[in-house]
Each structure stands twice: as structure tokens, then as C-alpha cells.
Design a binder for this molecule. Structure first.
Ligand SMILES: *[C@@H]1O[C@H](CO)[C@@H](O)[C@H](O)[C@H]1NC(C)=O
Ligand SMILES: *[C@@H]1O[C@H](CO)[C@@H](O)[C@H](O)[C@H]1NC(C)=O
Ligand SMILES: *[C@@H]1O[C@H](CO)[C@@H](O)[C@H](O)[C@H]1NC(C)=O
Ligand SMILES: *[C@@H]1O[C@H](CO)[C@@H](O)[C@H](O)[C@H]1NC(C)=O
Ligand SMILES: *[C@@H]1O[C@H](CO)[C@@H](O)[C@H](O)[C@H]1NC(C)=O
Ligand SMILES: *[C@@H]1O[C@H](CO)[C@@H](O)[C@H](O)[C@H]1NC(C)=O
Ligand SMILES: *[C@@H]1O[C@H](CO)[C@@H](O)[C@H](O)[C@H]1NC(C)=O
Length: 475
């Protein structure tokens, strides 16, 4: 497919010194966009210091770092590094900023001007996946999102700052339909009220549509019909979109183009994409297929190679486009709740050593990496699972979790009452194991996890004894 670059078209109209300076500008901009960024999430109680983390990012040759706040220590430490920085306005600051220019100016003073330009702040993200929260309080933020972005823009412009982009990272759930890509369309509850003003803002400020795009999730939801290799950028499949005739060789391109078509339908075909988060989990629970080191390394290495190519591939709908990309995440984060994968998106262990080798510059050939441990869970587990107390945990905390599980009602712990079949042996570990299994079996369909802050774990072996039958989950 022909590659288009704006540089080529414009050079014919320019000459001499102007062309020289123009090329320099385009060149330096392009280099930054082409370097891989890393999300620096800090939901861990065992992570290296900010100082060490920045040294690690430098040694990994990360081009940029994305923060989930505007942490003063980190922003100060990033000064005079060549790492470009993305900072974030938290979701609960949006309404106040939208309401009051003074508040917006103060936010920019406190979180930008104090560090800029020594710290190369280049992106301000307003909120995080705001449109994925649909409670009443969440929806109130929706209407304030673009107004807050406009106020931040005004604050920056008042300081004559023009090299910081203002955006907002959204999740793929902003789409009502994502497949085939040409059917991409935004959800009707946000389309006219939020997406149109948002796209208008991004288009007129030449900012990016920041998307959190994880091929892992659609694959994990449908591993039968989606090829794992298609998700990992290593299949020979060529999927032809019936609407456009464009040919897709990987799942990420399909996801990105579904956004392109959704934007196009609202009249904004040219807003550039940036991937604010992507990645693949290196481990997970038994009921989470495909979460392993081999797939994580394969996904991220192939991603890096695609996104750093000197002739960018872009996507079928946008051949040649540069797509600034941030991998999620720097570390495995042990204080995140939810399923096991949530705590295993890292490139690095919490002690700062790598979980698998990865060259963020994209130059290293696949053959130059050490052999990866084989993947054992690429085929989804089928059968029964139980949720039991993890070994060697704090008994005081285990007892608290037992009480919590039993308090969820619906007869979760009926069998544990004196005289009932699971009462004996009278130990916290036994009772907690029963309660966890019973709770998980009852509430899994409503999103309950087998985790309990690390006190619980899944097992494939039936813990039932005698007449005490543990409830199980069948997957
Ligand atoms: C905006 O916030 C400032 C400082 O908190 C306050 O003095 C001012 O009255 C507010 N303006 C409006 C219109 O609410
Ligand atoms: C950004 O701010 C500048 C200066 O106030 C203004 O001219 C421009 O229209 C603003 N852009 C948007 C999209 O709000
Ligand atoms: C998007 O921005 C471009 C370039 O600034 C402009 O020509 C175009 O009219 C804008 N599109 C819309 C729908 O406003
Ligand atoms: C997989 O594809 C088959 C055949 O097209 C379809 O019948 C089935 O519903 C699909 N399964 C899922 C989970 O989408
Ligand atoms: C770092 O942590 C990992 C995972 O816990 C462990 O396997 C490795 O040995 C540790 N490395 C060092 C240098 O402590
Ligand atoms: C167990 O947890 C409790 C409550 O969090 C704490 O007070 C206690 O020190 C812990 N015990 C041990 C041995 O870690
Ligand atoms: C819990 O019990 C209530 C009332 O009997 C019932 O409506 C609900 O479906 C039950 N929930 C679960 C998860 O079993």
C-alpha cells in the first residue's frame, strides 16, 4: 500500500532555508512520536522509588512516560531528562475545572508551570476513561469533560504554551459497534452530547484521540472465534472488511480503524490517534486464558516494532500514520483489585528486574531475544473451579475476609453454622475456603472475583470433604 506523508506533499511547495527549518521541525517531532512511551502506574506497595523508576525508564530508552496524576516528586525528578511527559487531571477535579477559569489556571500553575519547561511536559490528559463510568455522578462528569479541556487550553494559551496537547484517554467501550471496523460507531448516549464537542476540540487544537486499546480483551472474550496469533501480530490471516475492502492482518489495526470510522461518521475523519494504553498480561487466574509471559513478550515486542518502524505502517484506513503509543505498564502492581491479570501487566517485576526482555527502540531482532518460557494456558480452561484460602496468609485478615464473604448474604455461609455439614473442622482456613468458594459461585456472574486482597486463590482440585460439598464455578 502507498505510504503518504505530509512532508512529501509539502516539499514541492517549499524551498531553501524555509524547507531546511521545516524539515528539522518535522524531523524532531516525528522522532518523539515514534519513540515508545510507558505508563507509570503506581498501585503497588513494593515498587522502586520514583528516582529509581526514572533511572529504569531511561535505561530502557523509553521516549515518554505517562503519569496518572501530576505527582510533584516525579515531575521534579523528570526535569532535565529527555523523557517526554504526559500528566493527568484526575476525574474528580474535572467538574471544578470546567466551572471556573481561575481553578483551571491554578491547576496549570501548580502542575505545569512549576516544572515546565525543565520537565518536558507534552500532554495533559483530562480524566481517565471518563466515559466508562455511567453512575449518576459519573455522568455528571461527562458533560463537564470538554468544558474542562477547553479551560485547560485557555490556561495554557494564556501562558503562550503551544507545545502541550490536551486530550482525554477513552476506553473501547465508547463504541457501540466495533466490528467490522467500517461499522465503527460511537455509543448513542455519548455521540452527540460528548463525542461531537470532543472531536471538535481535538480537531481544532490538532490534538490526538487517546485510546486505551487492548486486543487481549476481545480475544479473551472470544478465544474460539478470534485467532490468538491475530491478536499477537503473528498470523497469516487476512481479514477483508466487507464495507471497505481493506485487509486486516491484526486485531489492533481493526480496533483502531473502528475508531477512525466512528469519527468519520461524525464528520471528523482526520483526528490523529494515540494509544494511551495497550499491552498484554504476563500472568492471571486459571480462568483467564492467554495471560502468560510468552504472549505478553510477543505482543509488546511486535507492537514496538510496528510503532517504531522508520516507515510507519499505520493502519489499513490510515496507511503510514504515526501512532504515538504508551505500553501499559512499567510494573506489575500488587495493590490492584479484580482478577489476577489486573496485577500482571508489567514489563518489570516490582523489584525492577524485567519479566521478559524487551527493546523499546524496536531495533532488536526477534532472534536476538532469549527463549521465552512456553505458554501453558493459551487454550481456555474448561471445568470446575473453587476459590480457597491462599497458603500462609495472615489469619486475622483471613477471618475478616471470611466475615465479609458471609455477610454478602444469599445463604453464602449457611453450611458453616454449628451442626451443619461444613462446620467441622472449626478452623479459620477451612471456613474461609468454604466461604470464598460459596461467595464466588454465587456472585461471579455479577463480577465477584476470587481474590480478597490476595487471601484467596483459584484451584482446580475439589476441596470438599465428606458430606461437605464446596460450591464450584463451572467454566
Ligand atoms: C472561581 O474560583 C475562585 C477561586 O476559588 C473564586 O474566587 C471565584 O469566585 C470563582 N468564580 C466563580 C464564577 O465561581
Ligand atoms: C484554545 O484557546 C485559544 C486561546 O484562548 C482559543 O483561541 C482557541 O479557540 C481554544 N481552542 C479550543 C478548541 O477551545
Ligand atoms: C478539522 O480541522 C481542519 C484543519 O484545522 C479543518 O480544516 C476542518 O474544517 C476541521 N473539521 C471540522 C469538522 O471542523
Ligand atoms: C463464533 O462464530 C460462530 C460461527 O460464526 C458463531 O455461531 C458463534 O456465535 C461465535 N461465538 C461467539 C462467542 O461469538
Ligand atoms: C525480582 O523478583 C522476581 C519475582 O519475584 C524474582 O524472581 C527475582 O529473583 C527478583 N530479582 C532480584 C534481583 O531480586
Ligand atoms: C495480621 O494483620 C493484622 C491486621 O491487618 C495486623 O495487625 C497484624 O500485625 C498482622 N500479623 C502479622 C503476623 O503480620
Ligand atoms: C440473592 O437472593 C435474592 C433474594 O432471594 C435473589 O433475588 C438474588 O438473585 C440472589 N442473588 C444471587 C447472586 O444469588
Amino acid at each position: 500500500m502507498g505510504k503518504q506523508t505530509s512532508g512529501n506533499k509539502m516539499t514541492t511547495k517549499m524551498c531553501g532555508v524555509a524547507l531546511f527549518f521545516f524539515s528539522l521541525l518535522v524531523f524532531s517531532d516525528a522522532i518523539t512520536l515514534r519513540k515508545i512511551g510507558v505508563n507509570y502506574g503506581r498501585f503497588g506497595n513494593n515498587l522502586p522509588s520514583a528516582y529509581e523508576s526514572i533511572e529504569i525508564l531511561r535505561s530502557m530508552k523509553a521516549g515518554s512516560v505517562k503519569l496518572y496524576d501530576a505527582n510533584p516528586e516525579i515531575l521534579r525528578l523528570l526535569a532535565r531528562t529527555n523523557i517526554h511527559v504526559s500528566i493527568m487531571v484526575s476525574n474528580d477535579e474535572i467538574i471544578n475545572i470546567a466551572a471556573n477559569q481561575t481553578t483551571a489556571n491554578k491547576w496549570v500553575e501548580d502542575n505545569v508551570l512549576r516544572y515546565y519547561p525543565d520537565t518536558i511536559i507534552r500532554i495533559i490528559l483530562v480524566g481517565n476513561e471518563v466515559l466508562s463510568y455511567s453512575s449518576d455522578a459519573g455522568k455528571q462528569i461527562w458533560n463537564n469533560l470538554v468544558p474542562a479541556m477547553r479551560r485547560i487550553n485557555i490556561s495554557l494559551r494564556a501562558q503562550d504554551i503551544r507545545n502541550i496537547k490536551v486530550g482525554t484517554p477513552l476506553a473501547m467501550d465508547v463504541l457501540q459497534t466495533a466490528f467490522p471496523p467500517s461499522n465503527g460507531i460511537f455509543r448513542s448516549d455519548i455521540s452527540t452530547s460528548v463525542m461531537v464537542p470532543l472531536l471538535n476540540f481535538l480537531n481544532s487544537t490538532k490534538s490526538f484521540f487517546f485510546i486505551d486499546a487492548y486486543p487481549y480483551f476481545p480475544w479473551a472474550a472470544n478465544p474460539i472465534n478470534i485467532s490468538l496469533n491475530f491478536a499477537l501480530f503473528q498470523s497469516n490471516i487476512k481479514y477483508r472488511d466487507p464495507g471497505t475492502g481493506l485487509v486486516y492482518t491484526n486485531l489492533l489495526d481493526q480496533m483502531l480503524d473502528s475508531l477512525v470510522y466512528a469519527m468519520t461518521k461524525l464528520g471528523y475523519p482526520d483526528v490523529r490517534l494515540s494509544i494511551a494504553e495497550t499491552g498484554w498480561p504476563n500472568a492471571g487466574d486459571i480462568d483467564e486464558a492467554g495471560a502468560n509471559i510468552k504472549n505478553a513478550a510477543t505482543y509488546n515486542r511486535n507492537l514496538v516494532r510496528k510503532m517504531t518502524a522508520s516507515n510507519p505502517t499505520g493502519t489499513p484506513a490510515r496507511p503510514g500514520a504515526l501512532i504515538p503509543t504508551f505500553i501499559f505498564a512499567l510494573y506489575d502492581e500488587n495493590t490492584k483489585t479484580g482478577p489476577g491479570t489486573e496485577r500482571h501487566w508489567g514489563l518489570l517485576h516490582p523489584n525492577g528486574t524485567s519479566i521478559y526482555q524487551i527493546d523499546l527502540t524496536g531495533k532488536r531482532a526477534s532472534s536476538d531475544y532469549e527463549t521465552l518460557p512456553p505458554a501453558h494456558n493459551n487454550v481456555p480452561y474448561k471445568g470446575k473451579l473453587w476459590c480457597i484460602a491462599a497458603p500462609e496468609v495472615n489469619l486475622t485478615e483471613l477471618e475478616r475476609a471470611l466475615t465479609f464473604a458471609c455477610n454478602q448474604g444469599n445463604g453464602t455461609c449457611d453450611s458453616l453454622t454449628p451442626g451443619k455439614e461444613c462446620y467441622e473442622p472449626l478452623s479459620v482456613t477451612w471456613h474461609a475456603s468454604y466461604a470464598f468458594s460459596s461467595y464466588w459461585a454465587k456472585f461471579r456472574s455479577q463480577g465477584a472475583n476470587c481474590y480478597f486482597n490476595g487471601l484467596a486463590q483459584q484451584t482446580t482440585s475439589n476441596p470438599s470433604r465428606g458430606s461437605c460439598q464446596f460450591p464450584s464455578v463451572t467454566i
